[in-house]
Design a protein. Structure first.
Length: 118
């Protein structure tokens, strides 16, 4: 989590509204930070670009939801993915396995609306 007060507020807003798909410029306007300053500070404070941080944050939220046994399609929708397949692809790239396989390994039932390519 960033230490800069404005970046902390931005990160909290992203955590509270993970489905919002805004550009760096749009987020910056809301918090009074130029997109270039936002990009530089985010990388400096977190070691990640803002986009990388958003993907990691969404993957972390997905893990929490999957561990609670939530359905893949519901998680995808809550995190702002228009298709469960896009969410599954992000999850696999970020964590090296499909959401269903993670759920089975974690001992949770995570129903899918799509055929899972485990």
């Amino acid at each position: 989590m960033p230490t800069d007060r404005r970046l902390q507020r931005l990160a909290q807003a992203c955590l509270a509204r993970p489905s919002e798909r805004r550009s760096l410029t749009q987020w910056g306007r809301e918090f009074g930070i130029s997109d270039r300053h936002l990009a530089r500070r985010f990388r400096l404070e977190t070691g990640l670009s803002f986009g990388e941080w958003l993907r990691a944050m969404r993957a972390s939220l997905a893990l929490q939801h999957l561990s609670a046994g939530r359905r893949v399609a519901d998680i995808a929708d809550q995190l702002g993915y228009t298709h469960a397949s896009a969410f599954i692809s992000m999850f696999r790239k970020a964590l090296g396995e499909s959401p269903a396989r993670f759920g089975m390994r974690a001992g949770q039932c995570c129903a899918t609306d799509t055929v899972d390519q485990a």
